[in-house]
Ligand binder design. Structure first.
Ligand code: ADP
Ligand code: GLC
Length: 492
């Protein structure tokens, strides 16, 4: 039994804009699902508060129960809005969905800032108002990314005279690239927050803008981010996205806790989306069967001797795709195949479609979002590429290792903290790494991987088994969060 399972019970409200399996566009959705579940196992009482977007599948909506509704003042001209609460309890975690058709009726969570700014101003306040309405006063209010950035500010201003005043706030940065910046009059209108929080040390940025993440960072009791390396990186101008000075100023309350993955959701032994399940004893044989099934599914030449590289990613420049574009033609040598799954910027979607046409049978570019196919690429590939420009944590390299697939990553953020480089002298390590953001270095790392794969299969297979056995679960990191909550709320 872990120590934290017997530590005092703490209650935590998670507030964020997405949560698997209801709605997910990236790793934030995974974390909002897996971390509360892991905390529930460590004597925590967790409520997850997310918007009730229209795109949430009917099968979940059907299981929700009506928890109540009320009107909430929001805007500076007194305009008020309806807040409905729909509840779903699952695996020891309570999910409360904030219902408002005006804000959440679009197909996707994120549309454009014009829509998203009012939506998340509303959501941040409605989440706190819902807690009060339900009379559920948590020890900790744990907010995620800019969409919940205003929560710590609302908590200490418009909610300062409510029972919520005793709660401590934690704000986790999953990605500093997105900050929720808009002109001050608009954000003033949609929040009715007092003038003092529009000062340069809180919300104000530049000449006349407000930055919702920046303000939250100033007001949160603790700031966390999703790996230790990223916690250091964001204090520098290159990774700080304009907030490095602000983060250096608040460095005393900033810490990094690396993400894990849900090892039940991601389990090659039970995953019903795979052609063959496997564990450490059957991995070498059954990964081949999955590779062949994947090649068939994707229209790649079916041959288990080929080196298959997977790439599962949002298609944005964060993910190092410019490097991939530069070297991909050079990789295709008759023995190497690439399976890409992703959606995003049209520029990358087109370039990958182009590679598929040029290298039919060796490159497949699936420009789509498909959970099932993601599982099959993780299982059927030999290696998974994550050459990111920056990567707060990264989950795909963790999932890859869980499936015995060797990650090839750039040494940045969580990639650096989770992938130990292969050491040929000691036969240790989990993957292949490179440091500078440089196409030549990426090319070299892939070639080092290929050399081991084609000339020293025994060593390669050892690494596959090491990866499969590596602990990538949430357990250790959930314990760190629990200890953080206890530190913030020591008295019982
Ligand atoms: P980020 O949050 O920056 O997008 P992460 O590595 O933290 O990156 O998480 C990405 C998550 O999204 C993983 O669970 C990955 O499997 C999933 N994912 C990304 N693109 C797709 C896609 N096109 N289809 C299915 N799953 C995807
Ligand atoms: C962000 C980051 C990613 C991280 C995820 C979950 O989307 O880009 O690196 O793994 O959040 O924390």
């Amino acid at each position: 039994m872990r120590e934290t399972e017997t530590t005092p019970r703490r209650s935590i409200a998670f507030i964020g804009s997405e949560c698997y399996p209801f709605v997910k566009t990236g790793g934030l959705g995974d974390v909002m699902y897996a971390l509360p579940k892991a905390l529930a196992e460590q004597n925590c009482d967790v409520k997850v508060i997310v918007p009730l977007y229209r795109c949430i599948p009917q099968e979940y909506k059907e299981k929700m129960v009506y928890r109540g509704s009320f009107g909430m003042d929001l805007c500076s001209d007194g305009r008020s809005f309806h807040v409905g609460i729909m509840e779903y309890v699952w695996d020891g975690v309570v999910y409360d969905f904030i219902d408002n058709e005006e804000f959440f009726s679009a197909g996707n969570p994120y549309i454009s800032l014009v829509d998203d700014i009012p939506k998340y101003c509303y959501f941040s306040k409605a989440a706190l108002a819902a807690l009060l309405y339900m009379d559920w006063i948590p020890d900790i209010i744990h907010c995620h990314d800019w969409q919940a950035g205003l929560v710590p500010i609302f908590l200490r201003t418009l909610f300062a005279d409510t029972p919520l005043r005793d709660a401590k706030s934690v704000l986790t940065i999953h990605n500093l690239r997105f900050q929720g910046i808009y002109n001050i009059p608009t954000i003033k209108y949609w929040t009715n927050l007092p003038d003092e929080v529009f000062s340069i040390d809180v919300l104000k940025t530049g000449v006349e803008d407000a930055n919702m993440l920046k303000g939250g960072l100033a007001y949160a009791d603790v700031i966390t981010t999703v790996s230790e390396t990223y916690a250091e990186e964001i204090k520098t101008p290159f990774y700080g996205d304009g907030l490095d000075a602000h983060l250096r100023h608040h460095a005393y309350k900033l810490r990094g806790i690396v993400n894990g993955i849900d090892v039940v959701q991601w389990d090659p032994e039970t995953d019903n989306r795979l052609a063959e399940n496997y564990d450490e004893k059957t991995v070498l044989k059954n990964k081949k069967a999955n590779k062949k099934a994947l090649q068939e599914e994707l229209g790649l030449e079916v041959d288990d001797g080929k080196f298959v590289i997977g790439l599962i990613s949002r298609l944005t420049n964060q993910k190092g795709l410019d490097l991939v574009n530069m070297i991909l033609p050079g990789l295709i040598d008759g023995n190497t195949q690439v399976a890409l799954l992703g959606t995003g910027d049209g520029y990358y979607e087109d370039s990958f479609r182009g590679f598929e046409n040029e290298f039919k049978g060796s490159v497949c570019s699936c420009i789509m979002y498909d959970e099932g196919r993601a599982h099959r690429i993780y299982a059927g590939s030999d290696a998974l590429l994550v050459p990111s420009l920056f990567e707060p944590c990264g989950l795909t390299q963790l999932i890859a290792m869980r499936y015995g697939t060797v990650p090839i990553v750039r040494e940045t953020g969580g990639l650096k903290d989770t992938v130990e480089p292969y050491n040929e002298f000691e036969n240790t390590g989990n993957g292949f790494t490179f440091d500078g953001y440089d196409a030549g270095l990426l090319y070299d790392a892939i070639n080092r991987a290929k050399t081991v794969y084609f000339t020293d299969r025994e060593r390669w297979d050892d690494m596959v088994k090491r990866d499969l056995a590596k602990d990538v679960s949430w357990e250790a990191s959930a314990e760190k969060y629990k200890n953080l909550y206890l530190e913030l709320k020591p008295e019982y």
